[in-house]
Ligand binder design. Structure first.
Ligand code: GLV
Ligand code: MN
Ligand code: MN
Length: 412
């Protein structure tokens, strides 16, 4: 089998998809189920159909593109990622796993390989939490981590429910039917950019992921009292933004003081009401994102944030309500698949680094229902979730080649 990845075509497809965006280039913004996302989905499905894949959507818009194997009843091999992009993101997050997965399939087709097991490319709905406040909606539902009932409670910023949004985009299937039956996949492998600096700094072209860190997030509402910026004396204030400022630093401190570099915590949203120069902030909405490779340590950091918020609320005479959005366990990649990826690297004579994923991915949830592993390629300076995110064509080709080699070994 002579495997050749068409790097020129793959890179031009990554560039083409990046033009379907709501941001000024080079930034990419593609919020799930926006007109732009729908256009990108149509574009992707057309590319899948061009090479003979059978395409279907499920009720939440996960897209499956299947290359049917000679034993169609055998559990399939899955690969893929997401194409939604947070505001002001780059071109490669998720996209490399979807278009790289597609090119891996095409490379196998060109080589004359005929799979015994079907190989299925997946494009997951809303890996990013931008619209509904929680990430990996598609893979959470496929794995049964998010029930149809809980999904129906999700609302976007404008108050639209998942069902209302689905109806608008023509998805009318049964949410209860999304969860995949046991044994649907024999294995799932996701290609992704690293989103950190390790591979680049160690000059290693491939990361073989052995585990994925445990993510959690909170929605925090702080309510104080509004008033005139001139008229209300300092002693009489209940300023929600000053309380928020203390809480933001407490979130940072919960990670910094954990004793491990693997604990990270971020407040990425701070919305202030009423947002006027001369009005005391009465209400602030914060998000907090807390992650660790160690579940207990992550949970300790969350407890510390809870304790800090109680004491800030008391001292500043504001109310602080914290809603837990998600607190997920970490994932361990399947040792047999980690070995299959390592073997594919050896076959391609590529050095690889076993590593953990600090970012979350749909693989975190796919690992609940199928043996799962991931491979990483370097990205410049470790940048991701920003417009200057970049992965070189050479690295993208190498990752795609290792993916193709691995899919072949799993599907034969
Ligand atoms: C994925 O985008 C993440 O936030 O890890
Ligand atoms: Mn992302
Ligand atoms: Mn991603």
């Amino acid at each position: 089998m002579r495997l050749e990845v068409d790097g020129t075509r793959l890179v031009s497809e990554i560039e083409a998809l990046a033009t379907i965006s709501d941001a000024e280039p080079p930034a990419v913004t593609r919020i799930v189920f926006s007109p732009t996302d729908l256009k990108a989905r149509g574009w992707l499905k057309a590319r899948c159909e061009e090479c003979g894949l059978v395409v279907r959507d499920d009720a939440i818009g996960n897209v499956f593109a299947r290359w049917t194997g000679s034993d169609p009843a055998a559990p399939a091999i899955g690969t893929g990622s997401h194409i939604d992009a947070i505001p002001n993101a780059g071109k490669y997050d998720g996209v490399v796993g979807v278009l790289g997965g597609l090119e891996a399939i095409r490379a196998l087709q060109r080589s004359g390989f005929r799979p015994r097991r079907s190989i299925e490319l997946l494009m997951f709905t809303s890996e990013e939490p931008t619209r509904f406040g929680i990430g990996c909606i598609g893979s959470r539902m496929l794995s049964g981590t998010l029930s149809a009932k809980d999904a129906r409670r999700l609302k976007d910023k404008d108050g639209a429910s998942i069902d209302e949004v689905r109806a608008k985009v023509g998805l009318d299937g049964d949410l209860e039917a999304i969860k995949l039956r046991d044994g649907y996949y024999e294995a799932f492998v996701e290609l992704h950019i690293e989103q950190g600096p390790q591979l680049e700094s160690e000059r290693i072209p491939i990361g073989v992921v052995t585990g994925i860190a445990a993510p959690a997030s909170l929605r925090i509402l702080i309510e104080g009292s509004s008033g005139h910026a001139g008229g209300v004396l300092m002693a009489d204030r209940r300023d929600a933004l000053c309380a928020a400022a203390e809480l933001i630093l407490a979130v940072e401190n919960a990670a910094r003081s954990s004793g491990a570099r693997d604990t990270v915590a971020t407040v990425g949203i701070c919305e202030v009401f009423p947002g006027a120069v001369n009005s005391i902030p009465s209400r602030v909405h914060l998000s907090a994102d807390i992650r660790d490779t160690d579940l207990k340590r992550r949970d300790r950091a969350m407890e510390q944030i809870e304790i800090a918020s109680e004491s800030i609320a008391e001292e500043r005479k504001v109310s602080i309500q914290t809603e837990l959005v998600n607190a997920d366990a970490p994932a361990e990649c399947a040792p047999a698949l980690v070995e299959a990826l390592a073997e594919a690297c050896r076959k391609q004579q590529l050095k690889f680094l076993p590593m953990v994923s600090r970012a979350y991915h749909d693989s975190l949830f796919m690992s609940r229902i199928a043996p799962t592993a991931m491979l990483f390629i370097p990205c410049r300076n470790g940048y991701s979730h920003r417009p200057d995110e970049y992965a070189s064509p050479e690295d993208i080709v190498r990752g795609t080649l290792v993916l193709a080699e691995t899919l072949a070994s799993l599907a034969k």
